[in-house]
Design a protein around this ligand. Structure first.
Ligand code: SF4
Ligand code: SF4
Length: 457
């Protein structure tokens, strides 16, 4: 029997968009009401806009007593819209198309690196920066981690990089590969045929495009066996749902099941091997872990990264006041609704900063970029790093400059690893303002070009 909305309103309390906008139509209840009405038969521009203003965060679904598949319904509604629906539809569509075509994305990133040189004089909140969409929050300087030759060495850990670690912040990819080598003593295999996980396409209602991308990834990893490690929470969550994408095709669904069973979320993969290395920070550090929405609503998704951080000596883990919230990035949502996205972020930031962290870490590419850009725009003196980069610094503190080098403002513009530092520098929050001389922490880039396996320690 088809379940229907009970109009209880539980979803309104937790919806990050409703919390800052206040319009009932934007809640899950409002959307369920619209979908059940005749307005759904011929969606108007307003109707399409309402369904575009959803982060697909899943908070409503998590609390809904009827267990309605709200995100699926929102995606289903979007699938009936024209390609450029909602605000900044062209911009979001171009970004989605770039994600689905690795050569195009690489070209854009290369162009962005050149553009970056010319944009440095612009303030971070410049309108020109904001108009640049994909590139506006692209704090990248550095080359993409190389894909493998296609040859798989038995015993290697297969690595699904996702777009951030491959193209936008390659230091995250390099740190992950190096962590694998250092903590489990294995090579990383980075299959050449892999691409975007397809979440952005599915979220836009483009199911066929998402299936095509899923098939490409399944084929890319078919030559290997063992775990498929991901460094992005959103990617890992989406890869695990591939069987759902092929529910009408038993053969492909079986392949998708085998693929999904191999996927390992970052914190879950590294919890034991990192803890066994007895990591520590050089000095006491208050660290806030930001929960990506794709992990926030499962017990394991919440506990694993916290356990990982708790295994680091010298670290004091703090929690956001009022509990964690969605950061407002929402895949391509921030491109369509930058003001709304920023308002959602400010609410998230207020809770996080109330805990007084010196460092924020997360494992989702979207959250990472949202936080890195957001703390600059909001002029907050806090660093934001991917957990992979932070863990590596803790483990290599004897050989590298250590965590204090990061938190103390030792930030090198040539190192993509410290892209957040670049942003902070632009905001005038590093270097002299922190009473320290700016310097490069010297994160080593040892990934050999064209290698099918990761760098040696
Ligand atoms: S998925 Fe998130 S943003 Fe969308 S309606 Fe539900 S709570 Fe609101
Ligand atoms: S929580 Fe579920 S049942 Fe209650 S109003 Fe929201 S969508 Fe409807």
């Amino acid at each position: 029997m088809k379940r229907s909305c009970a109009w209880c309103g539980a979803c309104t309390v937790v919806c990050p968009v409703f919390r800052v906008d206040g319009r009932e139509s934007l809640t899950a209840r409002g959307k369920m009401h619209l979908l059940a009405s005749r307005l759904a038969e011929r969606p108007s521009a307003t109707f399409r806009d309402i369904f575009s203003r959803c982060l697909l965060c899943g908070a409503c679904e998590n609390i809904c007593p009827r267990q309605l598949p709200i995100r699926e319904q929102v995606i289903g509604a979007r699938s009936g819209f024209s390609a450029f629906y909602g605000r900044h539809g062209v911009r979001r569509t171009l970004a989605r198309l770039a994600l689905s075509r690795p050569p195009l994305l690489e070209g854009l990133v290369r162009a962005g690196v050149v553009l970056e040189q010319h944009l440095r004089t612009l303030p971070p909140d410049s309108g020109l920066r904001l108009k640049l969409g994909l590139l506006e929050s692209r704090p990248v300087i550095g080359r993409a981690i190389p894909l493998g030759s296609g040859r798989y060495v038995p015993g290697s850990v297969s690595y699904f990089t996702g777009c951030l670690a491959r193209h936008l912040q390659p230091a995250v990819g390099r740190a992950t590969v190096r962590l694998v080598r250092r903590t489990v003593g294995r090579h990383s295999f980075v299959p050449p045929g892999q691409g975007c996980c397809g979440l952005a396409a599915l979220s836009a209602g483009r199911r066929d495009e998402a299936r095509r991308m899923a098939r490409r990834n399944m084929e890319a990893f078919a030559a290997s066996d063992g775990p498929i490690l991901t460094s992005c929470a959103s990617c890992s969550a989406h890869l695990a749902t591939y069987p759902e994408l092929f529910r009408d095709d038993p053969v492909l669904q079986e392949q998708a099941r085998a693929f999904a069973a191999r996927v390992r979320e970052f914190s879950d993969f590294f919890l034991e091997p990192v803890a066994a290395q007895d990591p520590e920070t050089e000095r006491e550090l208050r660290v806030l872990y930001h929960d990506p929405c794709h992990l926030r609503f499962s017990e394991q998704g919440r506990s694993r990264p916290r356990q990982l951080l708790d295994s680091i000596r010298g670290l004091q883990r703090v929690e956001a006041a009022g509990g964690g919230r969605c950061c407002g990035q929402g895949g391509l949502f921030h491109l369509g609704y930058p003001e709304l996205s920023a308002a959602v972020f400010r609410a998230c930031l207020a809770g996080g900063m109330a805990a007084g962290p010196g460092l924020v870490v997360t494992t989702c590419s979207g959250c990472l970029m949202q936080w890195q850009q957001g703390v600059v725009l909001e002029k907050q003196d806090v660093l934001v790093l991917h957990l992979a980069v932070f863990l590596l610094q803790c483990l290599e503190k004897g050989q590298e400059e250590g965590v204090s080098a990061i938190t103390g403002g030792g930030l090198g513009e040539e190192n993509a690893c410290f892209a957040d530092g670049i942003l902070l520098k632009r905001a005038g929050l590093t270097g002299k303002s922190r009473g320290r001389k700016s310097r490069s922490p010297g994160f080593r880039d040892e990934t050999p070009a064209g290698s099918g396996t990761g760098p040696e320690p």
